[in-house]
Design a protein around this ligand. Structure first.
Ligand SMILES: [Zn+2]
Length: 232
């Protein structure tokens, strides 16, 4: 008998599948936008620190200068350069889980797995990236892996991965990943556009990507972005 519970479960499952199909612009655009916002806020707070430390209004935002003590304030200033994110790494991080899992699950293991969410979409993978990123920051003062790790975590959030304990909590429920039909992936992807949880972030991400690309072209900064990952 087809009970209300079964119907509810089916609807919930379909909605969950549709929610999970965020595509290229949702990931890249929203991650770039958030990273840009974060970078600006951190640099603004550093300028505020400088103003408080020097008790004089600052004119130029960079480099930010603060001092270690009141006595050394004038004699030995410590220069804190403004935070400069490499946005190429932000882009890589925003797509990393898909860069790993889509070729693996949908091409290499198409017949045996057919699932585009495997190891790259696990919490364990993100924790691994964060741990090594922190280690690298501490030992070598390099933050490139931490940027990729943050982008990768945001990818899981934008993928609504809490609807998918497998693979998110892998290997808590066993070492195998869910098998799926790879041939229906494109259909599911296109169907997802009818759901607001897919098309709203996707369109927002597309608009952000278009604005950022437009600014880069208008200010002739495309080369600078390719060489150094700068957006401005
Ligand atoms: Zn994904």
């Amino acid at each position: 008998m087809f009970s209300a519970n079964v119907l509810f479960f089916s609807i919930h499952k379909i909605k969950s599948e549709l929610r999970a199909l965020l595509l290229l612009f949702g990931h890249t655009g929203l991650t770039l936008g958030l990273a840009l916002l974060l970078e600006k806020s951190i640099n603004r707070s550093r300028i505020t620190q400088k103003l408080v430390a020097n008790q004089t209004p600052a004119v130029t935002p960079s480099p930010v200068t603060v001092s270690t003590s009141v006595n050394s304030l004038k004699s030995q200033p410590v220069v804190i350069p403004p935070l400069k994110l490499d946005y190429r790494l932000v882009l890589i991080g925003s797509l990393l889980p898909d860069i790993i899992d889509k070729p693996l699950g949908l091409l290499i293991l198409q017949t045996s797995l057919g699932n585009g969410r495997t190891i790259g979409h696990t919490l364990l993978f993100s924790l691994f990236l964060v741990s090594f990123g922190l280690l690298l920051l501490k030992k070598r003062n390099e933050h490139w892996l931490l940027i990729i790790a943050c982008g990768s975590i945001l990818h899981l959030i934008l993928d609504y991965m809490w609807f998918y304990p497998n693979p998110l909590l892998w290997p808590l429920f066993g070492f195998g990943f869910l098998q799926s039909d790879a041939s229906s992936w494109l259909y599911k992807t296109l169907s997802g556009f009818s759901h607001p949880s897919v098309y709203v972030p996707e369109i927002s991400g597309f608009i952000l990507c278009a604005i950022i690309t437009g600014i880069l072209f208008r200010r002739h900064l495309i080369g600078q972005f390719i060489k150094r990952g700068d957006l401005y």
